[in-house]
Design a protein around this ligand. Sequence first.
Ligand SMILES: C[S@@+](CC[C@H](N)C(=O)[O-])C[C@H]1O[C@@H](n2cnc3c(N)ncnc32)[C@H](O)[C@@H]1O
Length: 345
Amino acid sequence: MAIKRYQKPSALDLFCGSGAVSLGLKQAGFEVVGAVDLDVGACTTYRANHPEVKLVEKDIREVSAGDFDDVIPGKLDLLVVCAPCQPFSSQNRYKKDNDARSNLVEQSKKFIIHFEPSIVFLENVPGLASTDIFSNFSEWLGRAGYEVAKPMRIDASELGVAQRRIRMILIAVKGVSLEKASNIARIGKKTVGQLIRDLPTPPIGRNAAREDPLHYSRRHSLLNIERLSHIPVNGGSRQSLPPHLQLTCHKNSRRSSFSDTYGRMSWDDISPTLTTGCTDITKGRYAHPVQNRAITLREAARLQSFPDNYVFFGNASQVAMQIGNAVPPEMMRSIATSLKAAIQT
Ligand SMILES: C[S@@+](CC[C@H](N)C(=O)[O-])C[C@H]1O[C@@H](n2cnc3c(N)ncnc32)[C@H](O)[C@@H]1O
């Protein structure tokens, strides 16, 4: 078997989704040599943007680390583990113990044993840090000879992304400096206006989006358009609605976690965390700062720091899922810059 050799540090991207992490890694100077995900839509997007990467489109439980022997030259520099975060998300209504996805972090162990990467990088929602899954995994890394940093809370808005997206990251190293790898440079905040203000008013409906397939407005009901007309520019929420336009389900739950619904983003602020429902005004503060509509998929992609030439495949909800699930590429680029500095010294 011919073994490939790389000029740049190598990375393997587990749970790669549509490839946002891979994009950030490449921007920071990594060679992404392999990736794993099982979602058909996300994998189609991944392949279109990263055709040179060996993508194994399978349930990770059925993937063997040896499947990447042909693309990993003996030593792997970086293993990225972005397992699904829903089981640990504060918005998840289901108990994590009942969610089969909870143990997917464990799946990374076979890759760590097989390739002994210099750095293991894990990203997830902060809720993961207080679980047994996380402490068992950290302890296991320690026993496997890794120096393990304390879990770090980091907001994407500190790393050049126009979005509040608080994440937990874990860095573990073997044979390289943990201090250097964890020395992530903070970048000044960007605002919603800086990212999306220049976009033209979008047409309504996907078929009308001729210039840019992602830049079209959802078809809102007349009632929702009327509701939006009562929401003050750059803010507000469902609590700004006159009583006759309030939803019955909201009337008695003013302090629910969905208090931001129907709210607008603000030109001069960062956006809220974009979820897979990020183009739905009933799922959060996802209305445009001044127009009576939800943000478009293009606006969501930009707020997640995807460049406009990144192509997405799938229907509207599949693309919203790919965008909402992504680690913002710019966040990953910033983090990967310090990981790479540690590897190269
Ligand atoms: C949080 S998302 C990862 C996002 C990705 N790193 C990015 O930046 O776009 C989690 C991913 O795990 C994938 N996934 C869930 N269960 C899986 C499994 N059993 N095997 C492989 N991938 C899985 C999902 O399809 C999803 O794309």
